[in-house]
Write a protein that binds this ligand. Structure first.
Ligand code: GLY
Ligand code: MN
Length: 461
């Protein structure tokens, strides 16, 4: 974990933004897989990790804005636990490591919360996302589990988003470690992408690389020859020459900061002319959108840079036509690029998405569009120094979507449907990097992962 002063400073930051009441942070418990004592790999709640740092189940954190006290509630292990899990530090010692001197047995929490309630003090939570947590909040506060939203405070959410959005150098160092693990995952994936290999052999190998480097994967591996399906978790295809393979995968560092990288390679290691033509368009979109990033520029404008680069490239090869700016303004390019340029990344791969995507990515100045494609842009607001963003444009040929738009004659002034028809067997291409916004622009995080045609062919050779 980080130095205790970091957690103290973060809690102080929250205190400076909020005036009164109790901020209640239920940590995560173990979650059962197929029977009670067979749990999934434990993952602490990211907000708990950010403010309280302790990576153990069955803890609750509390910040009392009125008394200025921070508390951790939890239990010391008993002899049975020691027999099965080994010696464990006392809660008091764990709490000291994150700058907290007030600890109490978990059973005391209920009384503390009910006293606060009887005094008419506000108890605030962030949106819970696990059923167990909702039920525990119900038990502790008396608020029905279907109604715990009533304890969620918008002010609390906004304060957390403003703090977690800006990454300090310690956090950036963690993200770099996670990207460096992703370097090993992706170069391995490239080297394994040969005809006859089953996708799951590669997906399993790269998940193992993440674990072997000290952290789980940051989200389930997306790896497929059918890259036109954006989040494809089916890994049962046998790779065939002539197809492209998308790998979208990242790792968590030991402190749970994420990486999220996508690379697309030709099965067998050599791009053919058609693959290369689309690949160069997506690569140009990735590079130009990244180069547009700096404090004060909206991420929505960076998205438009990518969208226009894709539309103009597709016009050059006869798949689109007409005025590129107009095509993008109307959303015609979304047939090929139906998602957003990227998202914030940090302790969550889609950072803070559980708090509400619009709190993270939008504000009064820049609001989410309802237009197909642009509506999936997770973040539109202006960039600030210290933001970490993914930049992940793509170009996809989704047969069902092509058929639908063609049947509706949709955007027929911007799309050459006859030519697009010949690409229905192509799949998709996405290229994704993790980028830090700096004082004057941007910085690619981690060891650069091959992404030019020449570099990918070189690794695969
Ligand atoms: N890496 C998957 C995503 O960003 O949605
Ligand atoms: Mn991503």
């Amino acid at each position: 974990m980080f130095d205790s002063a970091i957690y103290t400073r973060r809690r102080e930051g929250l205190r400076n933004k909020l005036s009164s009441g109790i901020l209640f942070f239920p940590g995560n418990t173990e979650a059962s897989f197929n029977y009670p004592a067979n749990p999934y790999h434990f993952r602490q709640d990211s907000n708990f990790l950010y403010f309280f740092g302790l990576d153990h189940p069955d803890l609750c954190g509390l910040i009392d804005l009125d008394t200025g006290e921070d508390w951790i509630f939890g239990n010391d292990v008993d002899m049975d636990d020691i027999i099965w899990m080994g010696n464990q530090p006392f809660l008091k010692d764990r709490a000291t490591e994150v700058g907290i001197s007030n600890t109490a047995p978990y059973k005391d929490l209920e009384a503390v919360l009910s006293k606060a309630k009887s005094q008419g003090r506000e108890v605030m939570i962030l949106p819970p996302y696990r059923g167990e947590t909702k039920m525990e909040i119900e038990r502790l506060t008396g608020v029905n589990s279907h109604d715990v939203k009533s304890l969620v405070s918008e002010e609390f959410i906004k304060a957390v988003v403003s703090l977690r959005s800006v990454k300090d150098h310690n956090e950036v160092a963690e993200i770099i470690k996670a990207v460096d693990t992703a370097y090993l995952m992706h170069t391995t994936s490239m080297k394994m992408a040969m005809p006859g290999v089953v996708e799951q052999e590669i997906a399993g190998a790269i998940e193992g690389i993440s674990l072997a480097n000290g952290g789980p994967i940051s989200f389930p591996v997306i790896l497929s020859m059918d890259g036109q399906t954006l989040h494809n978790h089916y890994h049962g295809n046998t790779l065939e020459a002539g197809r492209m393979m998308v790998t979208d995968a990242g790792a968590e560092s030991a402190l749970h900061y994420a990486s999220d990288i996508t690379r697309t390679v030709p099965v067998g290691g050599k791009f053919d002319a058609r693959q290369r033509s689309i690949y160069e368009i997506v690569l140009a979109a990735n590079v130009k959108a990244t180069e547009a990033m700096k404090p004060g520029v909206s991420f929505r404008d960076c998205h438009f840079v990518a969208a226009k680069t894709i539309a103009s490239g597709l016009k050059d090869i006869g798949l689109m036509k007409g005025d590129v700016d107009e095509a993008v303004a109307q959303g015609a390019h979304a047939l090929f690029f139906p998602h957003g340029l990227g998202h914030m990344m940090g302790l969550d791969v889609h950072d803070m998405e559980g708090l509400g995507e619009n709190y993270v990515g939008y504000n009064d100045e820049i609001q989410r569009s309802k237009q197909f494609g642009l509506a999936f842009l997770r973040m539109g607001r202006k960039l600030e120094k210290g933001f970490v963003m993914t930049v992940e444009p793509g170009c996809y040929f989704i047969p069902a979507l092509i058929d639908q738009w063609k049947a509706e004659n949709k955007f027929k002034d911007f799309i050459n449907f006859d030519n697009v028809e010949t690409f229905k067997d192509f799949g998709g291409i996405r290229i994704e990097d993790d980028i830090l916004v700096t004082e004057t622009g941007w910085e690619l995080l981690g060891k650069p992962i091959p992404k030019t045609v020449a570099d990918i062919e070189d690794v695969m050779r």
